[in-house]
Design a protein around this ligand. Structure first.
Ligand code: C2E
Ligand code: MG
Ligand code: MG
Ligand code: MG
Length: 286
């Protein structure tokens, strides 16, 4: 049996690192052109109310659609753009596409819904970033309360300090944006976060729901949903795929569900078709 010597190990890592850096470099170089060529596409995934089956809103999720290479998923480019700061430009682009869509929906007389946009922690390094968002929302005539930002707990552990993040969340509300805490329970989520930060919605990470037949899971989720209710926060369960998970969430009175069980994230025209089809369904059901 041959054990690699340190030189071989170094050569291996060297090669892997070089490949990774090359890939990062490639993505960086492609970014500006991709933005200009509208290769980034906004997909929407519905959030469905558990009490009445009504589509409460949708989350905007970006895809990088390259004609020859196919579609690249966020996990393959978001971390790269987080490192080089381009993520802020991309998030803003997604936000503006959402504003355009909401404007069109308003003009077409579609029922209003809340659309959420993910915001990278990188934004919080810039004290005035919200001004640009608010200005664009105004430009498109988006009413207050229609756009919500999804933030992950990572922003709370940033160098900026808690006071700074608190202030920015306050600012968000003053400017008419909602705010949700994404992936709650995925990392080191502390209940202290819920005490400190005035978020409107808690999104429970999908790993809570991998074992809904486990009595411990039930108790934990039950407690989080109750606590959220006491704190006047809504709850959304993420990544729901099965009827069993849905039944469990009904039992614990979770407010809304997002997951493949209703729909995968869809390109906007397909999302609209999905909504219209669903509307017809309920008409015939009633
Ligand atoms: P996220 O914000 O937590 O979004 C939910 C992710 O779960 C999405 O992955 C969605 O496609 C996936 N998902 C939804 N339902 C199910 C389900 O039933 N089962 C499973 N297995 N997965 C489900 P996606 O679209 O690949 O995005 C991954 C992450 O990338 C997002 O997690 C978010 O953190 C980030 N991301 C996506 N778009 C943007 C963006 O425009 N800006 C920023 N900053 N981050 C984004
Ligand atoms: Mg999200
Ligand atoms: Mg999410
Ligand atoms: Mg999430």
């Amino acid at each position: 049996n041959h054990l690699p010597d340190s030189q071989e190990v170094c050569a291996f890592y060297d090669q892997a690192l070089t490949q990774m850096l090359q890939r990062e470099h490639e993505l960086n170089v492609l970014f500006e052109a991709a933005l200009a060529n509208e290769e980034f596409e906004v997909y929407l995934q519905p959030k469905v109310s558990l009490t009445d089956g009504h589509v409460h809103g949708a989350e905007a999720l970006v895809r990088w659609v390259r004609s020859k290479q196919g579609t690249i998923f966020p996990s393959d480019f978001i971390p790269v753009f987080e490192r080089n700061g381009k993520i802020c430009q991309l998030d803003f682009y997604v936000f503006e596409q959402v504003c355009k869509t909401l404007r069109r929906w308003l003009d077409e007389g579609r029922a209003p819904m809340v659309v959420s946009v993910n915001l990278s922690r990188q934004h919080f390094k810039n004290p005035d970033f919200l001004q640009a968002y608010a200005q664009t929302a105004r430009q498109y005539g988006i009413p207050e309360g229609v756009i919500e930002f999804e933030l992950t707990e990572s922003i709370f552990f940033d160098d900026q300090g808690i006071a700074h993040v608190k202030e920015q969340i306050g600012q968000m509300h003053r400017l008419g944006f909602g705010c949700s805490l994404d992936d709650f329970g995925a990392g080191y989520s502390s209940l202290g976060l819920l005490m400190e930060f005035d978020v409107d919605v808690i999104k429970l990470d999908r790993r809570f729901f991998t074992s809904v037949d486990n009595p411990k899971t039930r108790k934990v989720v039950d407690a989080i949903v109750s606590l959220a209710r006491e704190l006047k926060m809504d709850t959304v369960a993420e990544g729901i795929e099965t009827q069993e998970q849905l039944e469990f969430l009904r039992q614990v009175h979770c407010d809304r569900v997002q997951g493949y069980i209703y729909s995968r994230p869809l390109p906007i025209p397909e999302f609209e078709a999905w909504l219209d089809g669903r509307g017809k369904d309920t008409e015939t059901r009633n």
